[in-house]
Write a protein that binds this ligand. Structure first.
Ligand SMILES: [Cu+2]
Length: 533
């Protein structure tokens, strides 16, 4: 690899490649970020001025036959993210985040997505226990009305971009494509949790999410409702995502092909991940939210492409408030876990209670990212506006339905490495030395089997499994960390680190995925097929 490219990959990876540092040496240095930061070319607003938006809840178009039907149109929209600046986005129904879908455990929903964008799309419900046909496999594309048909694409592939680019669907005989619309059916036979839906298009997931294709879905049930947790306006979904803005107010992104039609990938300094210099919460820059002096349930999602956070809640007098974790990616913990700092990797969700009752009225609590610097240290703020009664509680037992898998239950142990490498003659990110190929069979598991997977990383890789939740068994040969508690669908591997996870593959048969959820890594090959038979 030429030296120029090695250094271009940035921070940790360049260090490992250029100096031959061992993984453990990389781990001891543990760089706080994997990726490179874009700088916005417009003036940025001061922190804690813009009010926190709460995404609107989508109303079903019908509720007949025990199932709710929804319709979402994917379309371009111009919105005001930075005060006084117009930004064109790709959206679900005209907003970023898209509308929130409120759903109940075991009550099926059908979402008809209509693609009025200029490129193919595909929707994945992250954390959903969904049949394969509705899981948003990257080549199961919804084509825009005027997109060339498959026969035409075959010829286009022989042209200027060569057969390697622009038509991955053609390499996948199992792809099921539709034109203009697709109905996604979600049985939602799963634990209550905060899920999120986002684009998962082959080779172009990262820029599609960056441009705005992300929204929330919440699954609830009666057991969770009866716990007495903070609810109503004291329950806040918080989608955290970084972005950067070009001089014309558009979102900056270092795509090789800004039309996102044919050539995937990003420019060289950003190969390890794209970071922005503006922190958005629910689509607003460094927002502020007025709260009662009471407990709040904060449902955190890191929807950033590559940025990691280590969150703290800091009051004006410098006190750190407890972050009492009650839930993980896949729902409630068995019992609360108290943190002072909470690491949140891309795609992870943490459900935490923060108690503002002892914060003086009129003062603020800032949510700070210890891994950020300068403006990216701030995330958002709460302003304690008034005294208020609070009859919420945090039960000592939150749930008793978590699986009790033991290592001895596993019928198989598999090893997977997540490392940099070469793909199609360029830089890539590889699982076990291979870039993703939809037509290749990678992992086949029998439905109902319990397996242990050992994952090892070079730089940060948040590893996500579709369909199933898992438990973290160990990290670096040691017991899991406090924030690994509960049932997860994304585990954050730190530089040079290994982790073991355990799960039972059940629910549905079919073709699923596991992949890195650094969205740039995902687009550059770091995915593999998971076939459940
Ligand atoms: Cu990765």
């Amino acid at each position: 690899m030429p030296r120029r490219q090695v250094l271009g990959i940035g921070g940790a990876l360049g260090l490992i490649a250029a100096t031959g540092l061992s993984a453990s040496a990389a781990l001891s240095r543990r760089p706080p970020v994997t990726g490179a930061e874009l700088r916005s070319a417009v003036p940025l607003p001061p922190a804690f001025q813009v009010p926190l938006p709460i995404p609107s809840v989508l109303a079903p178009v019908s509720t007949s036959g025990g199932a709710d039907r929804y319709e979402i149109t994917q379309r371009e929209a111009t919105v005001e993210i930075l005060p006084g600046v117009r930004t064109s986005l790709w959206t679900y129904d005209g907003t970023f985040p898209g509308p929130t879908i409120e759903s109940r455990r075991g009550r099926p929903i059908i979402v008809r997505h209509r693609n009025d964008l200029s490129v193919p799309t595909v929707v994945h419900l992250h954390g959903g226990r969904s049949p394969a046909a509705s899981d948003g496999y990257p080549t199961d594309l919804v084509l825009p009305e005027d997109w060339p048909d498959a026969a035409h694409l075959t010829h286009a592939g022989d042209g200027e971009h060569g057969p390697e680019h622009g038509m991955p669907a053609m390499r996948d005989p199992r792809a099921v494509q539709t034109r203009l619309t697709r109905d996604y059916a979600f049985p939602l036979d799963q634990r209550p949790a905060l899920l999120w839906y986002h684009d998962h298009r082959m080779d172009f997931t990262a820029p599609a999410i960056w441009r705005g294709l992300a929204g929330l879905q919440i699954v609830r049930d009666d057991a969770e409702d009866s716990l007495g947790l903070p609810a109503g306006r004291r329950e806040l979904p918080l989608m955290i995502a970084d972005r950067a803005f070009a001089a014309d107010g558009s979102l900056d992104y270092p795509a090789l092909d800004p039309t996102l039609r044919e050539r995937p990938g990003v420019r060289e300094p950003y190969l390890a991940g794209v970071l922005g210099d503006v922190i958005l919460v629910n689509g607003a820059p460094w927002p502020v939210h007025d709260v009662d002096a009471a407990r709040y349930r904060l449902r955190l999602l890191n929807a950033s492409n590559a940025r990691h956070y280590e969150l703290e809640a800091v009051s004006d007098d410098g006190r750190r408030l407890d972050l009492v974790q009650i839930g993980a990616d896949q729902g409630l913990l068995a019992a609360p876990v108290t943190h002072r700092r909470l690491p949140v990797a891309p795609a992870e969700r943490y459900d935490v209670i923060v108690d503002f009752s002892r914060v003086p009225v009129g003062s603020r609590v800032r949510i700070v990212n210890r891994l950020g610097s300068g403006r990216t240290r701030d995330v958002m703020a709460f302003r304690v506006a008034r005294k208020a009664a609070d009859d919420s509680r945090i039960p000592r037992t939150l749930s008793n339905d978590l699986p009790t898998w033991r290592r001895s239950d596993a019928v198989r142990v598999r090893d997977f490495s997540f490392r940099a490498g070469r793909m199609r003659g360029d830089h890539g990110w590889l699982i076990d030395g291979l870039p993703f190929d939809p037509a290749r069979s990678d992992v086949t598991v029998r439905i109902g089997d319990v397996e242990v997977w050992r994952l090892v990383a070079d730089v940060h890789h948040p590893v996500h499994l579709h369909l199933v939740g898992f438990q973290v068994l160990s990290r670096g040969g040691r017991p899991p960390l406090p924030h690994d508690a509960g049932l997860k669908d994304t585990v954050s591997l730190r530089p040079g680190e290994s982790a073991e996870i355990i799960t039972r593959f059940d629910g549905y048969r079919g073709r699923y995925l596991f992949h890195c959820h650094n969205a740039e890594h995902e687009d550059m090959g770091m995915m593999a097929n998971l076939e459940i038979i």
